[in-house]
Design a protein around this ligand. Structure first.
Ligand SMILES: [Zn+2]
Length: 387
């Protein structure tokens, strides 16, 4: 079974958005109640007791108004948070679960789709998608822009409704489907290598650059301006009461942030789709993005700006869908040091500042272009040796 999520913009009515706001609040409330009961229970028995949302419905009758599956998911999330903290098999342990604050918590809830079964009286699935809306438990039909229609064999597993910082509502629908056996045979001659480039996302083995868009920087001036205005509004200081004008301006700032991130995602999807459509085999370097984006590397902003890791994720599933291949080359493979023409190793290329490789064999080539060719050759070598 495979999963795929599609995020739809939804337009709830006033009534529906009140219900969603209530559900966000109830999820937070239940999380905090359960967490506090676990902590209190531990003080008495030295063990974290099992807790369920059902026991709070008596003292908090408003919990009955919202989707009970959303609350059940909170219970599961809390359980996961505890096992992430205390599971002995995990090398890096997560922190202890925190209480969710009203102001800073992410506004979202997740509800599962239930299907008709002999054991229940359902006539049809509890969550359904049609061409202009999403039918959700308790809320009914919510208007949505269904920009993408799922395949016939995709079944809705769950939906996460969220309200983003700019005030817009979204529903991320998780689909589940049977993995079809893809019989497409990738053509080894239609291969391409990509080398990460902080400027332009990547350089491919044909010497083409990915994209020159620097959305973050382009919009940064706009953002800086809006933030400056925000800092002058009453309530910008810590612990001071937020004025109406402050909140208004904050919404503007958030809107710019959202806009930038949308542009970036759009760009990554377009670029990855273009490559996946036109090539059968794509060879990339398996980068450790964490170390790349840290400040010591010197280009933290550019790395984060590009979202190369996200790009590789998109590329991976898009190629997989088409029966094509993504080959990851070991990140210690000295792709930028080897001359792609004669194979001689140039240790002077270790210096990132050297942007051009000039070889005795007559080759004079851009650093990233050369690396991309090497990555392609190495990727094909790995593929052939595995076959
Ligand atoms: Zn050479």
């Amino acid at each position: 079974m495979a999963n795929r999520a599609i995020k739809y913009r939804i337009y709830p009515t006033t009534e529906q958005s009140i219900l969603f706001a209530k559900t966000f609040g109830c999820c937070r409330k239940v999380w905090n109640l359960m967490l506090s009961d676990k902590i209190e229970g531990y003080k008495v028995t030295s063990k974290f007791p099992a807790v369920t949302p059902a026991k709070y419905k008596k003292e908090c009758p408003f919990l009955k108004e919202v989707d009970s599956l959303a609350l059940a998911n909170v219970q599961m999330n809390l359980q996961t948070a505890f096992s992430n903290r205390f599971n002995k098999k995990r090398k890096v342990k997560a922190g202890f679960p925190k209480f969710k604050s009203c102001k800073h918590s992410h506004k979202s809830f997740t509800t599962n789709c239930q299907y008709p079964k002999p054991s229940n009286k359902l006539k049809r699935p509890t969550i359904r998608l049609d061409d202009d809306g999403l039918i959700l438990p308790k809320a009914g039909k919510v208007k949505a822009v269904v920009h993408r229609i799922p395949e016939d064999n995709w079944h809705i597993k769950s939906v996460t409704v969220s309200r983003e910082s700019d005030g817009k509502f979204y529903a991320s629908v998780l689909f589940e489907y049977e993995n079809a056996v893809n019989t497409y045979a990738p053509d080894f001659d239609n291969a391409i290598g990509l080398d990460y480039a902080s400027d332009g996302l990547y350089v491919d083995s044909n010497g083409n650059k990915g994209s020159d868009h620097k959305y973050y920087r382009e919009s940064q001036r706009k953002l800086a301006k809006a933030q400056k205005v925000l800092s002058r509004r009453k309530g910008s200081k810590k612990n001071s009461a937020k004025s109406m004008n402050y909140l208004k301006q904050l919404r503007k700032v958030n809107k710019i942030h959202r806009h930038i991130s949308n542009q970036r995602l759009d760009n990554l999807h377009k670029l990855s789709a273009k490559i996946a459509n036109s090539h059968d085999i794509v060879c990339v370097e398996d980068l450790n993005m964490r170390s790349m984006s840290n400040k010591g590397f010197g280009n933290g902003k550019a790395t984060l700006d590009n979202g190369y890791g996200m790009f590789l994720d998109f590329l991976s599933y898009k190629l997989h869908d088409r029966g094509k291949l993504l080959v990851k080359v070991d990140r210690w493979f000295p792709s930028s040091q080897i001359c792609s023409c004669c194979g001689i190793r140039h240790s002077e290329m270790k210096d990132l500042a050297v942007r051009k490789m000039v070889c005795k064999c007559g080759l004079s080539i851009g650093r990233d272009h050369n690396a991309a060719i090497n990555i392609k050759m190495e990727g094909l070598r790995i593929l052939k040796s595995a076959a």
